[in-house]
Design a protein around this ligand. Structure first.
Ligand SMILES: [Zn+2]
Length: 376
């Protein structure tokens, strides 16, 4: 990296940034939400939100004038790449380690300390390369074609921001974890790890169905077969970059095709049934978000055939970012707790409830960190 670039990055990180101190104004007439400083933000007929999530839950969309999908001051647009200011407690390498945990992962690629992923943003395929400068800045570079519209470049940066859960202030988690007998080692070892999201609801639900009752390596193998069968890809430097299949593609599959890829009949039925329910609108992110809270979303998810408590909590964790979600039935979680406490047996559900009592609104993060202890 050139000297002027380094000087520039240093200057950019020097700016004041407090992601947590934000306020959003939602305009009832346009259903857009703005930063309070935006010229489009009108005080009349508006609602004040303390977070983007609150606004989006009520069906408000980010304003394309103030780009309210990102906090103020955290991004810079350089056309061929976007810069994002990382929050405190961010370590790119440990996040890459999570992303690189299976050779069969087909929805992103980790290479030379960078991660590559193709995103579909406003009907445009955008291939991004994400790297980090000193853990202080994320560089989101457009490889292949640079999107001409700024709104798409910002959408790519917003995607990365949410993917790495960069809005979250992890200080209270580390304070709690430091003295917790189960978490103390994990929070030291993996400091800077963020709860990596699964942005697409259909993908998150399918992944929990695919992963049920099989080991993780086989789950990744099945996912790759599933994606290569019905997803589509973008080629760059002779390599395919895959997008998760749409519900339309999956609904058109036959049970026999999935069975030939070693899916059980039941899983094949669940996946095709889910796809049909996404198409007819019986399962929709917007409708789920309108429910009162995460608990209600979890209950509603379990009405989907193939989604039990484990899957529902997994989706709450990885897609909805519910901080209190914890798939208590998860064998990995149970094994990690057993390992951390040097127990002779895996903890029962009651024991786990008791042991994790103090984790409060950090249950999802705690689970994510404990999973990492198993893969290292
Ligand atoms: Zn605005």
């Amino acid at each position: 990296m050139s000297r002027s670039m380094t000087a520039y990055l240093n200057e950019f990180t020097g700016d004041d940034f407090k992601a947590s101190v934000s306020m959003y104004v939602g305009m009832k007439s346009t259903k857009l939400y703005c930063h309070s400083t935006c010229q489009q933000a009108k005080p009349e007929n508006s609602i004040i939100f303390s977070s983007r999530y609150e606004a989006e839950r009520l069906g408000f969309r980010p304003c394309q004038s103030c780009f309210s999908s990102l906090p103020i001051g955290v991004w810079r647009d350089h056309n061929e790449y976007m810069l994002l200011k990382a929050p405190e407690d961010f370590r790119f390498s440990v996040n890459l380690r999570y992303l690189n945990r299976s050779q069969d992962e087909c929805l992103h690629k980790v290479e030379n300390n960078k991660v590559y992923k193709v995103l579909e943003l406003n009907h445009t395929d955008v291939l991004v390369e994400v790297s980090s400068w000193q853990d202080r800045i994320l560089i989101v570079r457009f490889v292949g074609d640079t999107p001409q519209k700024q709104s798409i470049r910002v959408a790519a940066a917003s995607y990365v921001w949410d993917w790495f859960d960069l809005d979250r202030n992890l200080t209270p988690f580390y304070q709690m974890g430091r003295t917790d007998p189960i978490l103390s080692q994990a929070v030291l070892d993996f400091r800077g790890l963020r709860l990596i999201g699964v942005t697409d609801l259909f993908e998150a639900l399918c992944w929990t169905i695919i992963g049920q009752q099989i080991n993780l390596p086989f789950a990744y193998t099945l996912k790759r077969r599933f994606v290569e069968l019905s997803g589509r890809h973008v080629m760059w430097r002779d390599q395919p970059y895959w997008l998760f299949p749409t519900p339309e593609k999956v609904a058109a599959l036959s049970l026999g095709t999935l069975r030939s890829l070693q899916f059980t009949t039941r899983k094949a039925e669940y996946l095709i049934g889910l796809a049909k329910n996404m198409i007819n609108g019986r399962v929709s992110r917007d409708t789920l978000l309108l429910l009162k809270g995460y608990h209600e979303i979890g209950e509603e998810l379990q009405r989907i055939r193939g989604i039990g408590p484990w899957s529902a909590h997994y989706v709450l964790m990885r897609h909805f970012k519910d901080p209190c979600a914890m798939p208590i039935q998860d064998v990995g979680l149970q094994n990690a707790v057993k390992l951390a406490r040097q127990m002779e047996h895996k903890p029962s559900k009651d024991e786990l409830v008791e042991l994790t009592n103090g984790w409060d609104s950090w249950k999802a993060y705690a689970t994510f960190y404990l999973w990492m202890t198993l893969s290292s």
